[in-house]
Design a protein around this ligand. Structure first.
Ligand code: FAD
Length: 365
């Protein structure tokens, strides 16, 4: 275990289940991880970041995901915000905002709206120039980490195209309201955001304003997919470890569960799932680190494999533990709820399959 992993292991300890049950990560671990730059580890050192490769950050993300998917979700949002500012921001915007993300400021990213889920072209939030300012009006839903965030990266319509704007969470006209009782990742701080005539200096609009929405969101979503995919590797590792431990120690019919072949089959399935997701994530991170043209597709593939394997494996792990894992405070019960949500976010299973189908058609000539 490296120093980063040791720090997060110490900060989470055995508290992930309590955070999940209470729906809250305390301020202290978030502050410590934020100030250490660990919530967005790929940011370059010039902005106070760690300058990790996608592969190293991915491995760290898997470690966090194996401990607590809520914390990993907060990390995904922070990384997505940082990546968006890095990709779209001017030199001045990067210099102004990125060092804040490595010194304790928490951020969240809002795309989704009541009428715009899978189909982001239906976004209706408006970012309207008004003299030296812009005025933002709209509503975002299910924004991960918004409850904790000081800074919101909001995507909206801008003239004939789209833009991303940096909105301080305490700006007049911003209301953040938590999602009540989310099914999983319960401490990830999901919230809806209302933006009522929020007036901001024009300098808060990131570069690329007026471009097509898909161009602007692809960078953020690709980062998010990589992070979720590696987080799913963590869920898989937690499930494999819990199921193996239980199968060795629990006896039925006079021998450990592990010696019953059908349970051995479940353990094999868990190992295959964990190894498959790990290899696909490693492939995607290598593509990302090389800046390869197929990194976007590799991220979709990693996210799809990770999420589907984690959701199936978490169900398998609950099956192996049976009643021992069937209450909310258990790691496999938490994994079961958390993993299901991974099949919905950053491109649902269906949307990922549609994108992969398009890729299949393009490579088949
Ligand atoms: P819908 O778009 O209504 O889809 C419903 C179902 O129809 C899904 O199964 C979908 O796959 C399927 N479907 C839709 N269109 C098609 C199609 N063309 N072909 C086939 N099937 C289709 N949003 C943010 O902006 N920021 C966040 O940080 C964020 N975090 C989230 C965290 C969690 C835990 C959850 C649950 C959601 C989060 N979201 C966030 C919102 C998330 O991005 C959306 O839930 C997701 O895009 C799906 O949109 P929807 O829920 O409106 O479902």
């Amino acid at each position: 275990m490296n120093d980063r992993e040791a720090l997060v292991s110490e900060l989470v300890g055995d508290r992930a289940d309590t955070w999940d049950l209470t729906g809250l990560i305390p301020a202290e671990p978030l502050r410590k991880l934020g100030e250490a730059g660990l919530l967005c580890g790929e940011l370059p050192e010039q902005y106070g970041g760690l300058g990790l490769s996608s592969l190293d950050n991915g491995r760290f993300t898997a470690h966090v995901g194996s401990l607590c998917s809520s914390l990993r979700s907060v990390m995904t949002s922070q990384g997505m915000a940082a990546w968006t500012i890095q990709r779209l921001g001017s030199a001045q915007q990067r210099a102004d905002h990125l060092p804040r993300l490595t010194s304790g400021t928490l951020a969240a990213v809002g795309f989704s709206e009541p009428g715009a889920g899978s189909d982001l072209s239906a976004i209706s939030t408006e970012i309207r120039p008004d003299g030296d300012d812009v005025v933002v009006d709209g509503r975002k839903v299910w924004v991960t980490a918004a409850h904790y965030a000081h800074l919101l990266v909001i995507f909206g319509r801008y003239g004939d195209g789209a833009a991303a704007v940096l909105v301080p969470a305490d700006a007049p006209g911003v209301t953040v309201e938590r999602v009540a009782d989310p099914m999983g990742c319960r401490a990830a701080g999901h919230a809806g955001i209302r933006l009522d005539s929020v007036r901001l200096p024009r300098g808060h609009v990131l570069g690329g304003a007026g471009a097509a929405l898909t161009m602007l969101v692809t960078a953020a979503l690709s980062y998010g997919r990589m992070s979720v995919a590696w987080g799913c590797v963590g869920i898989l590792r937690a499930c494999l470890a819990a199921a193996s431990r239980h199968a060795k120690s629990r006896e039925q019919f006079g021998r450990p569960l592990a010696q019953h072949q059908l349970i051995g089959g479940h353990l094999a399935d868990l190992l295959v799932a964990e190894q498959t997701a790990t290899r696909v994530c490693e492939h995607a991170s290598h593509r990302w680190d090389e800046g390869s043209p197929d990194m976007v597709t590799a991220a979709v593939l990693a996210k799809h494999v990770g999420a589907t394997q984690a959701a199936a494996a978490a169900a398998t792990a609950v099956q192996v533990l049976a009643s021992a894992g069937a209450s909310d405070g258990h790691v496999v019960a938490r994994a079961y709820r958390d993993a299901k949500l991974m099949e919905i976010i950053e491109g649902s299973n269906e949307l990922c399959r549609l994108m992969l189908a398009q890729h299949a058609l393009s490579v088949s000539g």
